[in-house]
Design a protein around this ligand. Sequence first.
Ligand code: ADP
Ligand code: MG
Length: 433
Amino acid sequence: MRDQVKDTSLIEIKSVSRLFPKGSGEDLVVLEKVDLTIRAGEIVGLLGRSGSGKSTLLRIIAGLVSPSSGEARCRGEIIAGPPRGVAMVFQSFALFPWLTVLQNVELGLEALGIEAGERRKRALAAIDLIGLDGFESAFPKELSGGMRQRVGFARALVVHPDLLLMDEPFSALDVLTAETLRTDLVDLWTDGRLPIKSVLMVTHNIEEAVLMCDRILVFSSNPGRVAAEFKVDLPHPRNRLDAAFRQLVDSLYARMTQRPEPKLPSTASAGVGMVLSHVSSNSISGLIETLAGEPYNGHADLPVLAGHLQLEVDEIFPLAEALQLLRFAQLSEGDLTLTEAGQRFAHLETDERKKLFAQHLIENVPLMGLIRRVLDDRPSHAAPAARFRIELEDYMSEHYADETLHTIVSWGRYAELFAYDEQSETFSLENPH
Ligand code: ADP
Ligand code: MG
């Protein structure tokens, strides 16, 4: 009687953290004190933005990466190396090009020491189940992306895993193919035809999570941790246009656009250490114009806007946040509203726009202020990018420092606040006003 509940939990992650060493000698905290339980009979979604540590967590569960601290258990046992009964489907089709579909699928069983006849039987059954009938002897290069990903599914399913891990399995597919694969998978799941007990799926696509999952864990970034949990009680097959479906999508958008706790521990100069996601000045102008025009008239629901512009979460969030950072719009509860300056921007000619953009850049982006000060102060009116990269790396990983510099260069050029020479990686005041 005592451990009834415990018996049904397949995976138990307790206070798991993971660090990676950074160039500077400090550590990058990718996961911090993550708790997560996966029970039999559920599809769990891990929803978060790129770089939030979702793949790292999945790899910990798959036994491919070890936690820096905390405990990861599978069926009560500490995970050390790939656990029995856990299979993974990757984003891209990790197939062997020189093997046929059937051979690719059978491969998973060889490692388990299953004899040839049984292997063949199970592989054919998995191929049949996942809709690859007739393609047994085809080679991967003869298949479309969707068919290749089906082989990836068959290869994971053929071992009859208790837990299927999926890392953005639909994100490399075109929209229609992805939707077909999602619904096929959900149908098989609800019919009880999949030889698995649970699924843990990583995604950055909110609608995909609501369409497929029983439970959605929202992952926050920097460091990654479980910030919220949403239950999805809608029956399958789910309808994206259903009011309850839309409402849940809205709530998830709102939760994901909530201002995170301040990322950086330091106080005084934290502003300079702000990560600037790369968003082009063209996209910024385009979004402001779209928002200012019909039917939005300055105010939009983010999911609606994303649907209209066909942008994914990973594209619309950084854009909306750039508008907010530059005070051209206000982001709250998943709604984006143009500020007075944003409205003005939408109706200005190019030259006037650049001036307004420059003013907002200087006022709201501390790194831009710093670059201008350094350039103004130096007799040469020039400074190497390295001067700023070093400073940024006090706050962020090399990767984010590069992205931040790349962003500031493109914004600064558009605003004509400085010139930048790619060859010598030097900022200067050569042409700008
Ligand atoms: P997600 O899947 O949510 O996009 P990842 O788990 O792939 O996120 O990565 C999270 C962060 O961890 C990223 O900043 C990435 O650069 C970093 N990271 C992942 N693996 C390693 C590694 N082996 N060494 C150093 N940094 C890593
Ligand atoms: Mg990932």
